[in-house]
Design a protein around this ligand. Structure first.
Ligand code: ADP
Ligand code: MG
Length: 352
């Protein structure tokens, strides 16, 4: 079932939590709301769920206005970080809960419970109590419980926030697998970009109650629509400078800035992996540190007459040959995003 949200607004007192938000989720899509804490993600999700009312704006399910529908009538399944399982019920009873509320026959409940236990890799655990499960298993039971009544829409609000990093990764994998099996239209709220990018078909970046960009993970990385998105997503160097003679100077580094008028203040965003460092005695920067981070190496350098700059290389890259603390380097910018402060849209400058 598709979801469309139009011109949603919500205030708490004087505070604008949701500011003219419009967005679309296609039927069967898995979409992530990604943004910093306090940006309004949960509020938008709760309005879609019918748990919160908007001051203005509309929510449509499959093209039909849903605003007057009670949360219970919206066909929505939820998984929240703090939406705990019923401790005094077995795993099977937890999963069957929604079905028994609907008065579904026992045989049907049992069939559905077994199907979901299977699907979630929980076979054989139906008679356990939540206290006898690991954190990751509990969250899978929560997913199964939400899916049991076959909701039209699944809403997940930071569902994996309370488990450790390794289990989180496992749960992401479960969520994606599950979605590929059942194709229920899903919205997944997270402040963790890796989580959003690894799970979602489309990512909606939210900041200060507004939608900054709605696009595929690759598009968000390669074509960040706003300065906020460029700064927030991916590891990037960000410099404030002023365009001068067709370049944006950052210390001795010159970033080509065709078409930006002299004297225009610019934010330049250079992703770590869009930079190449070459060992070169006549270079324009000096390496300070190299950090080996598993499959990557991060290199910290200082630009002559300028700030610190980071780059990142695959661990085995030939570009790393001779790069060590103290050596002089040349810097090649393969891709830069420039945000003139007098215009809304950024400019991509490919220089390779
Ligand atoms: P997120 O989920 O992105 O962290 P929320 O939607 O929970 O953000 O909250 C957005 C902002 O609205 C926050 O500043 C939060 O404090 C405020 N807020 C949320 N719910 C309420 C409420 N019931 N009363 C007052 N302020 C609220
Ligand atoms: Mg939240």
């Amino acid at each position: 079932m598709s979801i469309r949200v139009e011109h949603l607004n919500k205030r708490f007192g004087d505070f604008v939590a949701v500011d003219d938000v419009s967005l679309e989720v296609e039927s069967g899509e898995l979409v992530a709301f990604l943004g910093p804490s306090g940006s309004g993600k949960s509020t938008i999700l709760r309005i879609i769920a019918g748990l919160e009312t908007a001051d203005s704006g509309n929510v449509y399910f499959a093209g039909q206005a849903a605003d007057h529908l009670h949360a219970r009538s919206r066909g929505v399944g939820f998984v929240f970080q703090h939406y705990a399982l019923f401790r005094h019920m077995t795993v099977a009873q937890n999963i069957a809960f929604g079905l028994s509320v609907q008065g579904k026959p026992k045989a049907e409940q049992s069939r559905r419970v077994h199907e979901l236990l299977d699907l979630m890799g929980l076979s054989g655990l139906g008679e356990r109590y939540p206290g006898q499960l690991s954190g990751g298993q509990r969250q899978r039971v929560a997913l199964a419980r939400a899916l049991a009544p076959e909701p039209q829409v699944l809403l997940l609000d930071e569902p994996f926030g309370a488990v450790d990093a390794r289990v989180r990764e496992e749960l992401r994998h479960w969520l994606r697998r599950l979605h590929d099996e059942v194709h229920v239209t899903s919205i997944f709220v997270t402040h963790d970009q890796e989580e959003a990018f690894s799970v979602a078909d489309k990512v909606i970046v939210i900041n200060r109650g507004r939608v900054e960009q709605a696009a595929s993970p690759a598009d968000i990385l390669d074509h960040p629509a706003t300065e906020f998105v460029a700064r927030f997503i991916g590891d990037a160097n960000v410099y404030e400078s002023v365009a001068q003679g067709g370049v944006v100077p950052v210390g001795k580094l010159r970033i080509p800035a065709d078409g930006i008028g002299d004297g225009t203040p610019v934010a330049a965003v250079l992703r770590f992996y869009d930079l190449k460092f070459w060992k070169e005695d006549q270079g324009l920067a000096r390496v300070v540190r190299t950090m080996t981070l598993g499959d990557r190496v991060k290199v910290e350098a200082v630009i002559d007459d300028g700030p610190v700059i980071y780059s990142q290389f695959p661990r085995r890259s030939s570009l790393l040959a001779g790069i060590e603390p103290g050596c002089r380097i040349h810097i090649e910018v393969t891709l830069a995003r420039l945000y003139p402060h007098n215009s809304a849209a950024g400019i991509t400058v490919a220089t390779a």
